[in-house]
Design a protein around this ligand. Structure first.
Ligand SMILES: [Zn+2]
Length: 201
């Protein structure tokens, strides 16, 4: 039986590169791949998945209201479905992917983040944890050498942002993966720095 896979990791853990390498490996064996991504990730323009090390591939963009099953059937039989940025899928999307695994016996590999910048699960990731047959962590390290688990949002002032929307569209903030201890320490340090600046004024 085919399986639903969730391969999660923090920012910078080479999830995208691994998704694209997996696609290449399938295609090298003459198998057909349907590469998809949710529409909320528009960093790379409309329908391209691009990794930091330069790999890229065209992907079908899934809108929040799209039914993935309905999009799948007209394309004909595929050997595997691979998705990147899977945390941005809705829970309904994950249920549709689960249905394709069960009814079409097609493996679905979902790459994505576990949690947001406030260490909360994304709804899509939560549903994947609930429904996936196989869950694996793609590890990356913090500057201190520990495993990075937090996706810190860094504001334009260079400080860690702790409040705001889960998905910030069109924002200029960036993200850095760090361990929980370093994330906490940095927030405390920057809080006292801010207070110091206030006193100086
Ligand atoms: Zn650390």
């Amino acid at each position: 039986m085919a399986k639903l896979y969730f391969k999660y990791g923090a920012m910078g853990s080479s999830k995208t590169a691994q998704a694209l390498i997996t696609k290449f490996n399938y295609e090298e064996r003459g198998m057909s791949v349907w590469l998809i991504k949710p529409s909320t990730d528009d960093r790379d323009g409309a329908n391209v998945i691009r990794s930091r090390i330069g790999l890229e591939s065209e992907a079908e963009v899934i809108g929040p209201e799209d039914d993935i099953c309905r999009l799948y059937y007209p394309r004909g039989r595929k050997d595997v479905i691979i998705s990147d940025e899977s945390q941005f899928f809705t829970p309904a999307h994950i249920e549709q992917l689960r249905k394709l695994v069960d009814e079409e016996d097609i493996p679905v590999l979902c790459f994505g983040l576990r949690t947001d910048f406030q260490t909360k699960l994304f709804p899509g990731s939560q549903r994947l944890f609930e429904l996936a047959d196989s869950i694996t962590e793609i590890k990356t390290i913090c500057d201190c050498g520990s495993k990075a688990t937090v996706n810190a949002r860094i504001g334009t002032d260079g400080m860690v942002v702790t409040e705001g929307a889960q998905v910030m569209l069109g924002g200029n903030d960036s993200y850095v993966a760090m361990c929980h201890a370093c994330w906490k320490k940095r927030i405390e340090r920057e809080k006292s720095l801010r207070n110091q600046m206030r006193i100086d004024l």
